[in-house]
Design a protein around this ligand. Sequence first.
Ligand code: IFM
Length: 460
Amino acid sequence: MSNLRFPENFLWGAATAAYQIEGAARDDGRGPSIWDTFSRTPGKVHQGHTGDVACDHYHRYADDVALMAELGLRAYRFSVAWPRIQPDGTGAVNPRGLDFYDRLVDALLDRGIDPIVTLYHWDLPQALGDRGGWTNRETAEHFATYATAVHARLGDRVGTWTTLNEPWCSAYLGYGNGVHAPGEQDPAAAFTAVHHLLLGHGLAARALRAAGAETIGITLNPADVRPADPASAADAAAVRLVDGLHNRIFLDPLLAGGYPEDVLEHVGGFVEPAFVRDGDEKLIAAPIDLLGINYYQPTYVAGRPGGAGGGGAYPGTEGAVEFLPPVGPLTDMGWMIEPAGLTRLLERIATDYPGVPLLITENGAAFPDKPGVDGPGGAGGVMDTDRIAYLDGHLRAAHEAIARGVDLRGYLVWSLLDNFEWAEGYRKRFGIVHVDYLTQRRTPKASARWYQEVISRNGL
Ligand code: IFM
């Protein structure tokens, strides 16, 4: 620890998502989601893991909240499972689904922890998936209805509402390269989904605003896109293209009034963007109060004729762009560790899209933790010095961004608990708290104790 202090009222917390931790997949009237279906589809998720039980947080939430309090968390970002609230995605609201979040919010508030709600973290009700999911414009409208129902129940106690988590993943991984649910591989579907997700955000944000929600935002996973060779014009063009597909396609309509021309032209090579109707962009561009940023690693690209491109996750980069392999040291996900990318990203967003406060809604790393016999936290404890180094580096990078004038309001570590890491199943561990999936025992890792100390000092 050194002497680096964060601003007063800097919000320290942790994040999770419903499908990754809750389990209780059939309890209290929850309907199936596209991730229930996808995880049961052979070959899609590591060893056929599913979220059926996960961390059993649905039944253990009170203990988990007690643990959060012990660690000194001031904020907890969780997502609401749409299929618990509307098992078929539309129609009657299931009160028992809402009851769970009601209990969770009360438990958090009792411990002085600020609840931050994400309304959609990828678990679309399967019934809506059957009707085309996010390629169907109606899904956006249903999303606003669902958001209204959740707000009606929790809005008296929850101040901060984020609509979507990482729509880039929902659109490009869900419909582009098919690594995520629903597993489609169709560039036209991916681009259509981008717009309908943004439209869903716009409609939900409008409904939340009308209902009196205090703070409304969205969480993106913008990429810090870098050229392989800063002096190369071809690499600069590759950066522009990838930045357009990953960042500006979301940031511009949300914060700059509409889609960028170059991106629309690119999309037009795959699908006529007639799905963007009059009035949509105005709706999507309605002011938000907070932008959530999830950052893990930078993206290095080169402009190369015949380049392999980024596959379905970056339609149209084939034959023109090379995505450079990550350079070590790497996390267990094979992701590059470059904290400076976080400073650059925050500064770039604050410069190009001024006026909206930022919150790091996710940052963290998976490492192959090995529980020891007598590690920190007792038997089964984990001495995860690699994770501590990762978090320390990224917090310094966040601090540097603040020093350069970025209005950064807080930091939420991903993740509180080891959990279901989507296509990777349970084999990748992001938690600062170790979860033994056989016993459901939670053991804070050394990083949790380190983070507790950071929070109590408000600095490093
Ligand atoms: O686990 C995910 C999370 O659901 C969304 N952001 C990235 C995390 C790590 O891959």
